[in-house]
Ligand binder design. Sequence first.
Ligand code: GRF
Length: 212
Amino acid sequence: MLRVVVIASGRGSNFEAIADSIEKDGVDARIVGVVCNVPGAGVIERAEGRGIPVTMLPSKGMVSPEARVDYDIRLGDAIEAFGVDLIVLAGYMRILQPAFIRRFAGRIVNIHPSLLPAFPGLNVHEAVIAHGCKVSGCTVHFVDEGLDSGPIIAQACVPVRDDDTPESLAARIHAAEHRVYPWVVARIAEGKVRVDGRRVTIDAPHPEFHQS
Ligand code: GRF
């Protein structure tokens, strides 16, 4: 059984989608813990409602280079205390330190709300609309030491409509995230995901994630 630890800063809808799918689809995985860095974040209540333990590790003010290194050591220790095979970043709003990435090399995945490598970083939907893109979407990728730059595991496209606001586009992309991320976690649990340099292959039928 794949032991999953989710790290999150926000409302936790991806956490919920993954937890639902593990239950409903009988995935051989368990979310053994959640680590959250923002007191009061929605993900805390969602996890507790499911009886999943939450470790709080507030990160406010931990911004100097030394504090960041120290924080990520404590974050790694908190994750390891759960016993972990896969770290799932689900709206974790801090950049992980290189030493953390190396400590859990190949065992961290993230979801980003754009079609990478376009629009990494923050304020993605505003930038997509301002650029005049006609499609956007989301990307699940392994985490490497760059910003949203690791090997791509799966993507889903959604249209950008003429009357979209950042909020309406974000909502459409969120719905796509909830299709793609649980699917990826399930395939990793099955041992069907292979990485060869930048190329990731999945030995399973690929569902239609895109929305027209
Ligand atoms: C998602 O849009 C994800 O792409 C980004 O953070 C957001 C998390 O949303 N990395 P939620 O907390 O899972 O609802």
